[in-house]
Ligand binder design. Structure first.
Ligand code: UN1
Length: 479
């Protein structure tokens, strides 16, 4: 079995142990053995990033553009190969895997351009003969912790802005799907970067993430993952005054009003709830539907779900791939049992499937007769499980949509301009989708949530600079 090593200070570094990256569509297929970093490896990676910082922080915008543009171009040129690798290690279907790879390439190209556009401000002083310049500088060494569900796009949207604005990086990808991040690292290892400007340390959160987050020389940490881990990351960072940015869970509502176009509403709900096997923090897990359209909506959802093919992510005819692993599968099954105990009525799916290949397959589940106070509507499942909540009217729909500790994405399907406008204003979410699925976002605009979903400045788009740069205000008196 091929071994894939960590990348520290410009060198490939062997692990004292290796862990397996297994294909969730077929557990007999091992993608590779990946080096587990030790606490010493993490310290060495941070040290290398500290040493590379002066050179990279003073690089020209042109140098940064060239590095990011070249990596972006290579990702795009290799989209089929990388998309296949991504689907093989993560289990999203090939079209989604390839789509994610393209998104990663576009992100690198976008931030290549941003490196050229970084500007400060020139402000006249309130004092005569004085001028003020507001400069943006790199923050320093940044630690990036990324999840398995977008194994190339999320590393891309943290690494590209970090490097574009002159920071140096230590990346810890999820141990459940490290191959895409490793492939990205291999491209960065050939880029014109100072040794140590980009480092990869692989392994588990407790062994690798923790020493990274608590390291005194890591000036900023950007984390995407679970709520529970995010809170621990934030506490550790705040204690030592490191910058922190968190993207965590969601319990995203999709409101369907009586006046919705039913085709649009069903398409949004199917995509938002079940594509990528529901393993997206932007997934629609609460379908909030007004009375008159409720039964027609449920009927159409079930009819559509009957046509969804669950199977091997690499099989072109598959609509829904497997769940990532056994632990996630038991979590999903636990929530399905819980929903039934709470009185929710299952109208479709929710069973574990035995297919030809030995993978973590389940049929997407739809519950009706659920209320917003049930745990199934309050806690993030992170699987292909959606619940319908019947409401009287728009006002109740909005109140239910907002009644959650999360606030990442919120959608509404309606043909009413008045309700669409009101929803955009009053829903408490960082992303609002009108007649679109709650999941699936553009790569050039800010991404992030409100309330318990996110913490710190937004990611992506030009707004990413708020996290990856720090401000210096310079006063100069001439003569
Ligand atoms: C999307 O819906 O296109 O982990 C992106 C996640 C999010 C990304 C979702 N951070 O699911």
């Amino acid at each position: 079995m091929q071994q894939y090593d960590n990348f520290i200070g410009g060198e490939w570094v062997k692990g004292s142990s290796y862990f397996q990256n297994v294909n969730p569509s077929d557990v007999t297929d091992v993608v590779g053995d990946y080096a587990e970093a030790s606490a010493e490896d993490v310290a060495a990676a941070v040290k290398a990033a500290v040493e590379a910082l002066p050179e990279w922080a003073s690089s020209t915008p042109q140098q940064r553009f060239q590095v990011l543009d070249a990596v972006g171009a290579e990702i795009l040129a290799r989209k089929e190969e990388l998309g296949r690798l991504l689907s093989r290690e993560e289990g999203k279907i090939l079209a989604e895997g390839m789509g994610e790879v393209v998104r990663a390439g576009q992100i690198f190209k976008f931030f290549a351009g941003e490196a050229l556009r970084l500007a400060g401000e020139h402000v006249p002083s309130v004092r005569p003969g004085v001028e003020v310049n507001v400069l943006r500088e790199p923050v320093g060494v940044v630690g990036l912790i990324t999840p398995w569900n977008f194994p190339i796009a999320i590393p891309a949207w943290k690494i590209a802005p970090a490097l574009a604005y002159g920071n140096t990086v230590v990346l810890k990808p999820s141990e459940k799907a490290p191959a895409s991040a490793w492939a990205l690292t291999e491209m960065l290892s050939r880029a014109d970067l100072p040794a140590g400007a980009f480092n990869l340390v692989m392994g588990q959160g407790q062994k690798v993430g923790e020493p990274l987050v608590t390291h005194p020389d890591v000036a900023a940490v950007s984390f995407t993952g679970s709520f529970a881990v995010g809170q621990r990351v934030a506490a550790a960072c705040v204690q030592r005054q490191a910058r922190v940015q968190l993207e965590m869970g969601g319990k995203n509502p999709l409101v369907v009003l009586d006046d919705a176009d039913l085709d649009v509403a069903v398409a949004c709900a199917i995509n938002g709830a079940f594509y990528s096997t529901g393993q997206r923090c932007t997934a629609s897990s609460r379908l909030i539907v007004t009375e008159s359209i409720h039964d027609r909506f449920v009927e159409r959802m079930v009819a559509h779900m009957q046509r969804l093919r669950v199977g091997d992510a690499l099989d072109e005819t598959t609509d829904i791939g497997p769940v990532i692993d056994e632990a996630q599968m038991s979590k999903n099954m636990h929530y399905i049992e819980l929903a039934e105990k709470e009185g929710a009525r299952r109208v479709f799916g929710g069973g574990r499937l035995q297919l030809d290949k030995n993978g973590y397959y389940m049929s997407p589940a739809l519950f009706v007769d659920t209320t917003n106070d049930m745990r199934i509507n309050r806690e993030e499942v992170f699987g292909p499980v959606a619940c319908v909540i019947r409401v009287r009217d728009y006002e109740e729909a909005l109140a239910v949509a907002n009644d959650t500790r999360f606030g990442l994405s919120a959608g509404i399907c309606t043909t009413s301009l008045k309700h669409a406008h009101d929803f955009r204003q009053r829903v408490r979410a960082g992303l609002v989708m009108v007649n679109l699925p709650t999941a699936g976002v553009d790569y050039h605009v800010p991404f992030g949530g409100m309330k318990g979903s996110s913490y710190g400045p937004r990611e992506q788009g030009a707004h990413a600079r708020e996290f990856y740069t720090q401000i210096k205000t310079c006063y100069t008196k001439f003569a």
